[in-house]
Design a protein around this ligand. Sequence first.
Ligand code: ZN
Length: 115
Amino acid sequence: MRKYKTQTQLFCTHCHCETDHRVIYIDKKISEIDCIACHKMTRIDFDIRSYFHRGLRERALTKPSRLAQEYRRSHRAFLNGLSLRMISKPYRIAKDLKRSKHIIDRYKKDHHNPN
Ligand SMILES: [Zn+2]
């Protein structure tokens, strides 16, 4: 799970004109939109825990096909990267889960969301 922000022009219902807005995403979902001119913020509520679990399930289901794609692309690179991947995988998973927990906790705090 990743959190990132972009900036785009949107119509602000408070300023009544198009202004720059900061848009915060959690993966592919919009979490917050705020007008840079007047700072009016809109939070988009969704069930972040079930979104997180659905993402984990999809990643687990597509893993074999992703590995097959990497293998077809380059056999040598796949085999060279395999041992390193097996060593670093538990660390990457732990790091990813820790980051996801931080994002979920922060989202729940900001959105006052009991889910
Ligand atoms: Zn505004």
